[in-house]
Design a binder for this molecule. Sequence first.
Ligand SMILES: [Fe+2]
Ligand SMILES: [Fe+2]
Length: 292
Amino acid sequence: MTAEISMQNPEIKPRHMSMPFENIDTPYFFNDNALLSAFFSALSSTFPAGEGEFIASVRLYRDKVQSDKLKDEIRGFIGQEGHHSRQHQRANEILRDLGFDAVKLDKDLEGYIKRHVENRSDKFRLAMTVCMEHLTAILAEHLLTYPETLESLAEPVQDLLYWHAVEEIEHKSVAFDTFMSIEGDQKYLRWCQVYATLFFFHRIGWYTIKLLWWQKKMPSWKDFKGFWRFMTGKKGMFTGVQKNYFDWFKVGFHPWDHDNADLIERWKTEFYREDQDIGAQKAKAKAEAPAA
Ligand SMILES: [Fe+2]
Ligand SMILES: [Fe+2]
């Protein structure tokens, strides 16, 4: 079975953003909550190596793709993931200097991917990317639906997460469409999602503990309560994504069955900051420059 390539995809155009992470002055950038800050640092630590693998796995299939539209989207996907990876790398370096060594964790994941993922089949590698893209897309939808849940984060991290979330939604079906147009095996993706989810939770959980352990920081009771509320409260991240998560297992599911392109428009009007968009600034300067 070959999936129809979605017609609803928004344009996938990489934005070259740069957030002032230097302005963060504490590792407890999430409302002074050590547990939530370690959790988001752990999440950030996985992006450079993880997104590098996403790019590599899609590249394995790029030349087999027939559709020009999908080829264009793959280009956009690679550009967006490349920019995310670089910004998280910068954030990780700042977090390391503040006491949460996210760079060490990034290296740890890079080593794991080299040893245990790169030697697997192309089909497995792309399927893992497709499944991880579903997880990032549903988390992105949740964060952009309830942006107030990130209100107490240090501003550069807030901006990083909103921008990253928007682009995760924009390109959420690229790896899926690539996989389905060549492999066409949606049953395999359903099995793979179970593995990908266990891997994701195990990795993030373990890395969160490591960060706290290295810093000899025992979260307070208040930290635990704040973490629990953030995950399972009324707008909880864990409870809020469950319906979308399980939609993956419906026969014939496509990522754009969750039609949330309106969240991209909302970000453009409410959260986009041109002062952080290096690409837009350069384009503007070029347009305004007198012709030679
Ligand atoms: Fe990304
Ligand atoms: Fe992505």
